[in-house]
Design a protein around this ligand. Sequence first.
Ligand SMILES: N[C@@H](CCC(=O)N[C@@H](CS)C(=O)NCC(=O)O)C(=O)O
Length: 199
Amino acid sequence: MGMVIYGDSNSGNCLKVKYLSDVLGQPYRWIKTNALNGETQKAPFLAINPMGQVPVVTMPDGRHLAQSNAIMLHLADGSRLIPTDPFERTQMIAWLFWEQNNHEPWIAVRRKLKSMLKKRDDEIDPALLINGNRALGIMNEHLGTRGYFVAERLTLADIALIAYTREAGEGGYKLADFPAVSAWIGRVDGDLGLPMVKP
Ligand SMILES: N[C@@H](CCC(=O)N[C@@H](CS)C(=O)NCC(=O)O)C(=O)O
């Protein structure tokens, strides 16, 4: 049995795992799992991931692993996408934590509310726009002097951050206001062969 990814192609968290598997040449079967219609809260899916979320991978030995950034750390173990220098590796992991704590909760959530749930701006907590713009500003500042988040080459930090950043326009964020971020998106899209046809 090969590797299986349970994912929803509208979810950046799921696409991270796809982008990484594709760039590593890791074969997988993609099982479409709807993250919006309650499928992830039903018993068959909860048996795979009691957390009730995608992405989840099932490894060839039958074990399951959840949490996008943890999945990436596992799949990329020993590859060029994880720096061997311990400090650079830890800097990369710091960006993975930051993405989940200070980026995804604003940028991914506002995109979901606007583009999937069709909420009007006045129905959305204004903090999402303020905090998302703050996150984009931090990224823009960091990328003002470098081409990638760490180690001057593509690492998991870039893959984690690009998933929702490249779709931020759908959440009402203006990427043109963040030129270093826009340039980085072009660079990383090139490395990953994006845009792709969604699975
Ligand atoms: N921290 C998790 C977040 C996963 C997550 O939020 N998954 C959403 C889709 S993006 C989901 O499965 N939602 C369905 C639900 O909560 O029922 C990760 O990085 O994998």
